[in-house]
Write a protein that binds this ligand. Structure first.
Ligand code: G3P
Ligand code: MG
Length: 256
């Protein structure tokens, strides 16, 4: 099955919402991305200790909230009361960590394409990974609005993606990688309806062509330089994750 989701017409995917303009991974950040004309956003998800899907990047609370400690050790009700905005700018004081289940209607109402990145702290076990996969499966199977496009679900933990695909045969998945190897090309081509989401500094033109030859959409993180974004988009990548860019000059998309 080929990849079904529409690429962003400007080639841009707001990273963690649109992290230069608003606190990352927050509803106000998602709204900011929408207001600046983005069609796609990415955000990160991990589990609280009561197995809620919390939208936050780091495994601990120190950098982006007024709390501290590990996300998976804290109850979602405690996490939801933290301030996740004032570290960024005091005008965002009172912004909270979103809960993907509870905030789903608000997120879907923005009418954006969504990339949910599943995060697993290194020290977590198989039980954590299985629970996280099951929570995502339940969310998409039972709570996703049929009028919204399916999200792209990505992770560096490829077995989680394969578990999700087993349960949801139509689900688009994204293999995150630091380096675009022959292995990831082979796996993405084999499972189908899959992207490769690759770290920008490690990506060569030849690797872009290799992905295109296999009809695998390529998403590139994180690109904050306008000329680099334009070049990648012109070379036909599906999209680039960006904290700051809101426009490209790219006129003719050559998306695989
Ligand atoms: O999903 C692309 C990108 O977000 C991966 O890196 O650390 O920003 O989640 P990170
Ligand atoms: Mg991410």
């Amino acid at each position: 099955m080929t990849f079904q989701l529409n690429p962003p017409s400007n080639g841009l995917i707001g990273h963690r919402g649109l992290a230069h303009f608003a606190p990352e991974n927050t509803l106000i950040g998602f709204q900011m991305a929408k207001s600046k004309g983005l069609e796609w956003i990415e955000f990160d998800v991990q589990l609280s200790n009561d197995n809620e899907l919390m939208i936050i990047h780091d495994h601990n609370l120190n950098r982006t909230t007024n709390g501290n400690g590990l996300i998976y050790e804290q109850h979602s009700e405690i996490l939801s009361k933290l301030d996740a905005g004032s570290w960024f700018n005091e005008k965002f004081t009172g912004t909270t960590i979103p809960n993907l289940d509870k905030d789903l209607a608000k997120i879907l109402s923005l009418d954006l394409n969504l990339n949910i990145e599943i995060k697993c702290p290194k020290e977590t076990d198989q039980n954590y990974k299985n629970t996280l996969a099951d929570k995502i499966i339940t969310l998409i199977k039972h709570k996703w609005s049929p009028s919204s496009p399916l999200p792209l679900v990505s992770s560096f933990e490829w077995p989680i993606l394969l578990k999700i695909r087993d349960a949801l045969p139509e689900q688009p998945i994204g293999f995150l990688c630091e380096i675009l190897t022959a292995d990831v090309l082979r796996i993405a081509a084999q499972v189908g309806n899959a992207t490769i989401n690759c770290h920008y500094p490690n990506l060569s033109e030849q690797q872009i062509y290799q992905a295109q030859a296999l009809d695998i959409p390529l998403l590139v993180f994180t690109v904050n330089q306008q000329d680099a974004a334009n070049k990648l988009i012109d070379s036909g990548v599906f999209g680039v994750f960006t904290d700051i860019l809101t426009d490209t000059y790219s006129s003719v998309r050559k998306v695989v």
